[in-house]
Design a protein around this ligand. Sequence first.
Ligand code: FES
Ligand SMILES: [Fe+2]
Length: 399
Amino acid sequence: MNAEATAFAPVGKDELAWLGTAPVPAAPYYESDWFEREREAVFRQSWMQLGHVCELPERGSFMRREIEVLKASILIVRGRDDEIRAFHNVCTHRGTQLVDAADGRRSTFSCPYHMWTFGLDGALVSAPDFESFHVAKADCALPPVRCEVIAGLIFVHCGEPGVSLREELGPLAEKLEAMPVAAATTFSEYVYEIDANWKLTFDNFQENYHLRFIHPAAAQPVCSADNPFGYPVSYGFHGAHRTQRIWSNPRMPAPAPIQGEAFRRGGASAMADGLLGSDTVKDYLALFPNFFLFGSPVQHFSHMVMPIAPDRSRGVIRLYWIGEDESASERFSREYGMATARDVHAEDRSVIERGHKGLASGALRHIHFQAQESLCRHLFNEVDRKVRGHRGGQPEAAR
Ligand code: FES
Ligand SMILES: [Fe+2]
């Protein structure tokens, strides 16, 4: 038995009071006006996670990703020099979206409208009857988008970042690079759309308070008499980003036979170490604004919540794997891991949508976060500060 785990005490509320204790205004969780302000103040000013290098295995591999909140379509390409670059998916002739396919491999990109053709580095390579134009080819490259890779994860910034993502993340960048996602070669993915604001959706995955009520079965690894709500062992706050370390239940009941089999086999075997009663702790890293990674030495799971509208979001959940599933049992194990994630998420989804409906009714002026919902409060604080500090925003004192 793990003495440290049984002596569990949640992080004290006085220790977290610096984040604020007041009720939190409800309007930012559903109002259109606030959402409009978030577009430029939050999403134009932030690095956003859009993929992983394993999606671009070869020179010429590309993917197109939509950032609806910025009305942007982004083309991410592995160049002939192996560099990964990002561009706006916009032909510089008259603005037509260049690429329709979600991903693939090409040596050039040709616009369907008048066949301007761009290289993997974004340069305009050829254009029919270009002599009739009044511009140089060198001035017609695809508009670049800042792109950075950390731990294999691809991030883009659609504005003008003051500092690189690596500088912004500081020690968190090293922590990410020590996680298995950095070596991932493939992943299982589950994409969903939900009728809820992005912050409400993201917050659901930032607190454990709901676990025992919404996930009575799945919560067993982290809820017991020692820690009835499965609260984390610790929290960390790093600028706009935040971390927590998940507690493991030392008295986890034995898994059902099929579940045990899945855990023992293949890529999910280390999930067992985390879930089945060892004292393994798990790190959760939330990178502002809308991405988190939850990892242990082997099992790793990411979730990105993309805003579409004030009341609509798209989530991308991934389980990253190292190596192919080379046997039927490994395949089963990975499928089991993904199916479990989907099941748990189905339990979350309806309560998130109910939350949005309730708030959007306008019945509440405020909501409440307790100490163990401090990551949610921290996200609110960071968004609030950025929206109010953005030009055109109201100063803090005017609240
Ligand atoms: S708009 Fe792309 S070639 Fe004309
Ligand atoms: Fe949940």
